[in-house]
Write a protein that binds this ligand. Structure first.
Ligand SMILES: *Cc1c(COP(=O)(O)O)cnc(C)c1O
Length: 400
């Protein structure tokens, strides 16, 4: 049996929705993108949402809307994908990487607090695997360092503390303290990349909460300008007869979503509750099968529910060599697994910036025996049973 890692779940309804967009005569940013923005904001209980071509663009533009740039510092986790940190470099600010809590895949709120300076303008927590961070602890730590916060833009001042820009690339549909992820942080960025829970092939969105005294329409307008050349009129408004005039207010970027992508997103969102439910089943079945054998990320707690994006697990007693051997043996039997993540200080780009893995012992420990098992919504129970057997057998072989 061949088990891929995370193929997209594309059904007939998704295909019809894309075909309809293709036939509609409007294929780039237009009515379907605007509809997806409305539905996403409603779904994740955000005030507004702006759809873009990726979560990376969403994170970068959120930093730009906040007015973060050279001279500023932004804190993120050492245990994440490069996008959480590279966007900080893109805006010219300095990334400050923070270690995880021992035994956790999330950034440590206490270590985050210790990394705060008067230059810190935002923190990018990562809801890894779809499990929300401990936002209460994060907000509390930020409040305790309130004296150090020096706002430099009206939006920063309106937020009144270091901004929380969540990398929720994995976490659409997750909940925290009874709220949807999307309404917890100041800005929340989701990914609709092909491997993610809800896909538009490539794509993402930034959602934000209501800020006291700030016009959300104005924030939305900023996202639109930044994502479309700083042009005052989008393609759809320019097509209206007799309406050609436009201005360019800044030499901005090009990272808008197209209506073809949005058509897929609308169709996926309509059936997303069923996709989330299937992910939960699969994860609970893995949890039961591997209880006592693997230390798996806890996806469902008293106070939160995950989107069930990735099944992160640690092999007790294994080191990097045994973990890699395990992945190879499992692969030989047709099952694709992965590692999430190689901590950023192990990567050339971040080493070149001066980060050393010696300063991130907890992230390193999490990584060395981590293996991510396949979870995808078209996986059948029989396929999952096969994965469980293969992994159990390979774990047996690992024993001395
Ligand atoms: C996938 C991913 C991103 C980037 O998403 P894109 O839509 O591909 O830009 C960012 N952060 C994390 C943790 C991711 O897994």
């Amino acid at each position: 049996m061949q088990i891929p890692f995370s193929p997209p779940d594309i059904d007939e309804q998704d295909i019809q929705s894309v075909v309809e967009a293709l036939r509609s005569g409007w294929i780039t940013t237009g009515p379907k993108t605007k509809e997806l923005e409305r539905q996403l904001a409603a779904y994740c209980q955000a005030d507004r949402a702006a759809c873009l071509n990726s979560a990376t663009a969403a994170l970068e533009l959120a930093l730009r809307v906040l007015g973060i740039g050279p001279g500023d510092e932004v804190i993120t986790s050492a245990y994440t994908y490069t996008a959480s940190a590279s966007v900080i470099c893109h805006v010219g600010a300095t990334p400050v990487l923070v270690d995880t809590e021992p035994g956790s895949f999330h950034l440590s709120p206490e270590k985050m607090r210790a990394a705060i300076t008067s230059r810190t303008k935002a923190v990018i927590p990562v809801d890894i695997g779809g499990v929300p961070c401990d936002y209460r602890a994060i907000f509390k730590a930020l409040e305790r360092e309130q004296d150090r916060f020096v706002p430099q833009t009206p939006l920063q001042a309106a937020i009144g503390r270091i901004a929380v820009v969540a990398d929720a690339a994995h976490a659409i549909g997750a909940t925290y303290g009874g709220q949807m992820v999307g309404s917890v942080a100041d800005f929340t960025c989701f990914s609709f990349h092909a491997v993610k829970n809800l896909t538009t092939a490539e794509g993402g969105c930034a959602a934000w909460r209501r800020f006291e005294g700030v016009d959300s329409d104005e924030i939305y307008r900023q996202f639109m300008l930044l994502s479309l050349h700083g042009q005052t009129k989008d393609a759809l408004s320019k097509t209206r007869a007799g309406s050609w005039e436009y201005d360019i207010v800044s030499p901005a970027y090009k990272c808008n979503m197209t209506d073809i992508m949005a058509a897929l997103g609308l169709s996926q969102l309509a059936r997303y509750p069923a996709l989330l439910a299937r992910r939960r089943q699969l994860i609970e079945q893995y949890d039961r099968a591997f209880a006592g054998q693997l230390e798996s990320l806890r996806h469902y707690g008293d106070d939160y529910t995950s989107s069930g994006h990735l099944y992160l697990a640690r092999v007790p007693g294994a080191g990097r060599i045994q973990r890699d051997a395990l992945i190879e043996r499992i692969g030989q039997q047709g099952v694709a697994t992965n590692v999430h993540y190689k901590p950023l200080p192990l990567l050339t780009a971040y080493k070149d910036m001066g980060y050393s893995i010696a300063d991130y012992p907890c992230a390193l420990a999490q990584f060395e025996n981590e293996i991510t098992l396949p979870v995808y919504t078209t996986m059948t129970d029989a396929q999952q049973q096969y994965v469980i057997e293969v992994v159990k057998n390979c774990l047996e072989d690992l024993r001395p």
